[in-house]
Write a protein that binds this ligand. Structure first.
Ligand code: 6V0
Length: 333
């Protein structure tokens, strides 16, 4: 193109929007689902991919770049070390070892901690002002590990936690009531996975408390139906992994929704893994991360909701916190 004079100062001297950079560490099933969702939602100007396997990484980066004609203009860079992530606004960590047959969860945790020791300090050094979003499992303990290893304030270290569990919860309630899942407000909190806690009192549909909606819809609403929904939420990941070998799309959208709230300063409330010491009777000395509804914005965690829990719900949270704290202490960080 022949340059034209616009009469405006050249771009380098004109004030312009700061570019947004997101890095994804671990270009596996989950990392790539997150990268592609962030790409299609036009959340970043630059996406950096990091993986330990150079050929796979280059293949993934090229595959995304080849879609450039159909997507918003985003620079995609990749590399096997942290330098490619320099000056990120948000770093999403999905790298993780998978459980091998016969291995205990604690052995797996130790292997993932060893991995995080290699990954987190250089990433934090390259982007000292970034928000760190942990996705690898066990997500609550690894969020604690990332917090310790990064030296970041707790407000800038977040685990994806039960954001995905809550989405499954909302989907199942929506199916039960034949409404749109976006109109269902409902939270799962606590530890991501088997011991997550369904907050039944939090459910509202179109602004109405769920009990009333359920009664009005003349559908069955009994203990058994509730327990069935909770079990389906907890078993959801196992079911998908049993059928296709891994989960990817839902966690991709879940993390992209967190990235939107954070990078666009949306101040939306998400159940995510945050430093929970002092909440719901969890000891101040127990520096555990578990999911509570948190208000997210450009500064990270801006506030944590004080939920009105039943004694049974609060006791379950404290039990999870105790187990998590016991695990954290074994790590010697
Ligand atoms: P995967 O497909 O095995 O991908 C992991 C990737 O990490 C691989 O490409 C590895 O090469 C890479 N990797 C390993 N070591 C390093 C390193 N040192 N630096 C950079 N990259 C490295 O696994 P998948 O993508 O399926 O899962 C990733 C993690 O996400 C696992 O821990 C899952 O358990 C976890 N999930 C967490 C969810 C949540 O809700 N928090 C949901 C789904 C999966």
């Amino acid at each position: 193109f022949r340059p034209v004079s616009s009469g405006c100062p050249p771009p380098s001297s004109s004030p312009h929007r700061r570019l947004t950079k997101v890095s994804v560490i671990g270009a596996g099933n989950v990392g790539m689902a997150i990268a592609q969702t962030i790409l299609t939602q036009n959340l970043a100007d630059e996406i950096a991919l990091v993986d330990a396997l150079p050929d796979k990484l280059r293949g993934e980066a090229l595959d995304l770049q080849h879609a450039a004609a159909f997507l918003p203009r985003v620079r995609i860079v990749s590399g096997t070390d942290a330098s490619v992530t320099r000056n990120s606004d948000l770093v999403v960590v999905t790298a993780g070892a998978r459980q091998i047959p016969g291995e205990t969860r604690l052995d797996l945790l130790q292997r993932n901690v060893a991995l995080y020791r290699k990954i987190v300090p250089p990433v934090a050094a390259c982007s000292p002002e970034a928000l760190l979003l942990v996705v690898s499992n066990p997500v609550d303990v690894l969020t604690y590990v990332a917090w310790k290893l990064s030296g970041f304030p707790p407000s800038r270290v977040i685990g994806s936690g039960t954001n995905l569990d809550s989405s499954r919860f909302r989907f199942l309630i929506a199916e039960h009531l034949d409404v749109n899942a976006q109109d269902v407000q409902a939270y799962m909190v606590g530890e991501h996975g088997d011991s997550s806690v369904a907050i039944w009192s939090s459910i509202s549909v179109g602004g109405m408390p769920a009990l009333k909606s359920l009664q009005d819809s003349h559908r069955s609403f009994d203990e058994a139906a509730l327990e069935g929904i909770r079990r389906a939420v907890v078993g959801g990941a196992y079911e998908v992994i049993g059928l296709k070998g891994y989960t990817s799309w839902a966690i991709g959208y879940s993390v992209a929704s967190l990235a939107t709230s954070l990078l666009r300063d949306q101040r939306r409330v998400h159940p995510v893994s945050v430093l929970a010491a002092g909440f719901h009777g969890i000891s101040d000395g127990h520096e555990v991360f578990l999911s509570l509804p948190a208000r997210l914005g450009r500064g990270g965690v801006l506030g944590v909701a004080e939920m009105d829990l039943t004694e049974a719900e609060a006791a379950q949270l404290r039990r999870s916190a105790k187990t998590l704290w016991d695990n954290c202490q074994l790590l010697g960080l």
